[in-house]
Design a protein. Structure first.
Length: 577
């Protein structure tokens, strides 16, 4: 496995891998970007090509291409390995079955189950006809691996047992439940008489199922999703995300729909930047996944009351984390799947005419033909809270200008009302966005030590160092002593990667590095001498008060020597100028 990892690292440059997910820009020998793992206005995320690593000065995340893919895609190591291997054209070595962890075994079982459902769909002509009637092509049915769960109590369980899958493993995969006491066979299938839609992780592996009722099953819900498992975390999983990632980056916006059929029809019609909430509550984790790819999102939920309410909650959540949020208003009684099938031009027009959340609610109030006073009150109550959530002051100004023109309210009055509304999500709320990290203030000497050790640690890892690190360490020891340097090295050891990135970022070329190193050394020596001078002056005062003339004379000589050294350093600095 390690040889595969090394082959992948040799073939893939970290800046290219990360650059395929977020926008990166050159910064000397490195690259920088806005961190995809926390909200920030200025780039603090640095990528070192030479070492194949990244580090964020804002939130502290760090790692290599594998950790980035794991964090960004929400995958385990094996998932990241398979994804990068495919990208690098590396054939992975076979893993011993005994070495497989629980997650690998569960994925294996989910794959067996997917094939079982696909096989049963081919036998269920009526189910295939239903899917075709809903507008899906045979190619799409195959591509999305849609299947059918027979309306039998233990059909799947019997099949998996024949393949040496234990009852406990099936239960952990969310495929069976334990029977009530006294019932035969101990377990029964969760999904029965349903058309089955596999739910995939970011790399396209089946991790769960969503089943739509097809056969007549008494008291059965229309849709039934897998329970949460070691593979499937509902708050983090978006249906279709594995296919939509690249199109979202390319088109710079995502489309959010509600169900599997809506999503599949979107992709079949060419709207491949669509994802679905898959019948689960839409969470901040879902939105952050999308925001890493694009800040822009269009909500296209059903036009019924429940669909609108769901879209509204999700849209407010997206607005609160700084996304540009638009709503596509669909004709009454329709959903995306139906529109794409029967009125594709109306669907396209709905997306094209999608309006910002603020404009959407303002439009509704304007259409109600309210009196000027009532309109002003409703704007304050129903529109301004959304304006307050917008993080950009420029955008806020734009919407306030729009509200003033369309509602006939003075801008000054709107600004005054806006000031009364808390900006963004209230402090302490689970939706509160992370604040930008403010670097810890450091005094001059700590700053100098940090820079010098950053240069040493950085250059020691380089094949062709630009400065002689052994000489630099020796000079530090001559200036401050063995104990002081040892303490300094120990103190900064836990943040080695951080200060290496700082050094790389600050010193891009050889001349600048050598010049800055000399300057830092001189400043370091001055600071050490001043510290020594202050210490000796205290000791001199103690000696004089204790009438210890011999010690006082020695200390006075030491003070004079330090003063002379400081004067020489100062003279050297003046000569440079």
């Amino acid at each position: 496995m390690s040889s595969s990892v090394e082959k992948i690292k040799e073939r893939l440059e970290i800046a290219d891998v990360i650059g395929s997910y977020i926008k990166v820009e050159k910064a000397g020998a490195n690259f920088k970007a806005k961190c995809p793992f926390h909200n920030e206005k200025t780039p603090s995320f640095f990528i070192s090509v030479s070492r194949g690593t990244y580090y964020c000065f804002g939130c502290g995340v760090k790692g290599d291409i594998f950790t980035f893919i794991q964090e960004f895609e929400g995958l385990d190591f094996m998932g990241a390995l398979k994804l990068l291997a495919e990208r690098a054209g590396v054939v992975l070595e076979q893993t011993n079955i005994k070495e497989k962890g629980e997650s690998d075994r569960l994925r294996e079982i989910m794959e067996m189950t997917t094939l079982f459902f696909i096989e049963n769909l081919s036998k269920k002509k009526r189910a295939v006809e239903y899917l075709l009637k809903r507008g899906l092509s045979k190619e799409t049915i195959t591509s999305f691996r849609i299947g059918y769960a027979p309306n039998e109590w233990r059909n799947l369980a019997t099949n998996l047992r024949s393949k040496h899958v234990t009852d406990l493993e099936m239960e952990k995969a969310g495929l069976v439940k334990k029977s009530d006491k006294g019932r035969e066979d101990g377990i029964y299938d969760v999904f029965r008489g349903r058309i089955m839609f596999p739910i995939f992780d970011s790399s396209g592996r089946v991790i769960a199922f969503s089943g739509r009722i097809f056969d007549d099953v008494p008291d059965a819900p229309k849709y039934l999703n897998s329970p949460e498992t070691a593979l499937f975390i509902k708050s983090e999983t978006l249906y279709g995300f594995d296919r939509a990632k690249a199109p979202i980056r390319k088109r710079d916006y995502s489309i959010l729909v509600e169900g599997q059929m809506d999503l599949i029809m979107c992709h079949q019609a060419g709207f491949e930047n669509a994802v679905a909430s898959s019948g689960t509550a839409f969470t901040q984790e879902h939105l952050l996944k999308l925001q890493r790819l694009s800040d822009r999102i269009i909500f296209a939920f059903d036009s019924d009351g429940a669909g609108f309410t769901a879209a509204n909650k999700s849209a407010v959540l997206a607005l609160s984390i700084g996304m540009e949020v638009k709503l596509a208003e669909l004709p009454a009684g329709s959903d995306p799947a139906e529109l794409i099938l029967t009125q594709p031009e109306v669907w396209k027009e709905s997306l094209r005419d999608a309006v910002h959340l603020v404009d959407f609610y303002l439009d509704k109030l304007i259409k109600d033909n309210l009196s000027p006073r009532t309109l002003a009150k409703e704007v304050e109550k129903r529109v301004l809270p959304y304006v307050a959530m917008i993080q950009s002051s420029i955008e806020q100004s734009h919407f306030i200008s729009q509200i003033a023109k369309r509602a006939g309210i003075r801008e000054e009055a709107i600004w005054n009302d806006l000031k009364k509304i808390p900006r963004g999500i209230p402090s302490g709320s689970p939706l509160e966005t992370p604040k930008e990290s403010v670097p810890e203030s450091r005094n001059r000497k700590n700053y100098i030590e940090r820079r010098l050790l950053g240069i040493i640690f950085w250059q020691e890892k380089e094949k062709e160092p630009l400065v002689e690190t052994d000489k630099l360490r020796t000079l530090l020891t001559m200036i401050a002593g063995d104990k002081y340097v040892a303490r300094m090295l120990e103190e900064y050891k836990p943040i080695t990667e951080e200060i290496i990135f700082e050094a790389e970022s600050y010193y891009g070329d050889k001349e600048a590095l050598i010049r800055e190193t000399k300057e830092l050394l001189q400043n370091f020596e001055e600071d050490i001498l001043r510290e020594q001078f202050v210490k000796i002056m205290r000791e001199l005062g103690d000696a004089e008060r204790g009438k210890d003339k011999e010690r006082a004379e020695k200390l006075l000589i030491s003070c004079q020597e330090i003063s002379q050294k400081l004067a020489e350093l100062s003279k050297r600095r003046i000569e440079k100028v």
